[in-house]
Ligand binder design. Structure first.
Ligand SMILES: Nc1ncnc2c1ncn2[C@@H]1O[C@H](COP(=O)(O)OP(=O)(O)OP(=O)(O)O)[C@@H](O)[C@H]1O
Length: 278
């Protein structure tokens, strides 16, 4: 039997102790698992405010390592102690994000399908509102929890349905003012106040509904949908930018891409600078 064949019959435990360039199979497995864990961790925080904090932590860790290498005992000790306290502070600060991330990990099978059906209903409801020129504002939560904005409105726990969304925005309905917030397939709040986009010139000519949508999309990774009362058009605000008018088919496609296929966190295509009122 050739040597190669004989080697392939060796059990993993024996192979793991083989030492190639000082790296064993066990080391490789260890590195691969840590890399996979780090990648999954990165996917959980990308697009949330935690990314900036993560960068800060890396700078902090870099300074600590440099201080250690240079033998700066007092600085190393000080940073080490601050790091320990900081870890606890981070858990408290990012408690909503951590909870949302763990919920995503433990999401039951079938939830994604339910969300997909809810998005279809949402798109249909917005089309109908646009046809009748009834203004609407809907934020769909992705990775950044929208709890603090939901708290500014009336809490709900309702299944997304075409008539219910239409009823929420009907003129003079008690909750028609402000925005609706969706988490998965459920409407969690209505009549919510979103932060207005700071008037930096680009969106100065837009009314408050559009600026509230852009404002929320600046500070979170939510997909924010707007139906204009004035023009009966449908648009999406994402990453602090307002997208172009969408046809019903385009709206469905965008929702599928941005929300249903959750991994696709790509920004909207570049939006041309607005010329005049929406
Ligand atoms: N901060 C806010 N958060 C959520 N909704 C808001 C906020 N400010 C205003 N709105 C909503 O926007 C409505 C006013 O829209 P306005 O006409 O000023 O905006 P617009 O961008 O011109 O939209 P439209 O094209 O529909 O007229 C309010 O009745 C309210 O429902």
């Amino acid at each position: 039997m050739p040597v190669g064949d004989r080697r392939s019959l060796l059990p993993l435990t024996t192979l793991s102790s083989l030492n190639l360039l000082g790296i064993t199979l066990r080391d490789l497995l260890d590195i691969l698992l840590v890399a996979a864990l780090l990648y999954q961790g990165y996917k959980l925080v990308v697009g949330t405010r935690a990314v900036n904090v993560l960068r800060g932590i890396m700078v902090f860790a870099g300074v600590w390592v440099a201080a250690r290498l240079l033998g700066l005992v007092t600085l190393t000790d000080l940073l080490g102690r601050a790091g320990t306290v900081g870890l606890f502070a981070l858990v408290v600060l990012f408690q909503p994000e951590l909870r949302a991330a763990l919920e995503r990990v433990g999401r039951p099978r079938g939830a994604a399908e339910r969300d997909g059906a809810a998005l279809q209903d949402l798109a249909r409801a917005l089309e109908r509102l646009a046809e009748r020129k009834t203004g609407a504002l809907v934020a769909i939560e992705r990775r950044t929890p929208l709890g603090e904005y939901a708290a500014t409105g009336v809490p709900l726990d309702a299944v997304v349905s075409v008539p219910f969304i239409e009823a929420l925005f009907v003129r003079n309905a008690p909750l028609h003012d402000g925005g609706v917030i969706l988490q998965g397939a459920r409407i969690v709040a209505a009549g919510c106040l979103f932060p207005l986009q700071a008037s930096d010139g680009t969106y100065r000519r837009y009314g408050t509904r559009h600026r509230a949508a852009i404002g929320l999309s600046e500070v979170t990774d939510a997909v924010v949908l707007i139906v204009s009362e004035e023009r009966g058009s449908m648009r999406i605000a994402l990453n602090g930018r307002l997208g172009p008018d969408l046809t019903p088919t385009e709206l469905r496609e965008q929702l599928r891409e941005l929300v249903y296929e959750r991994e696709a966190l790509s920004p909207l295509p570049a939006v041309p600078a607005p010329e005049g009122r929406p």
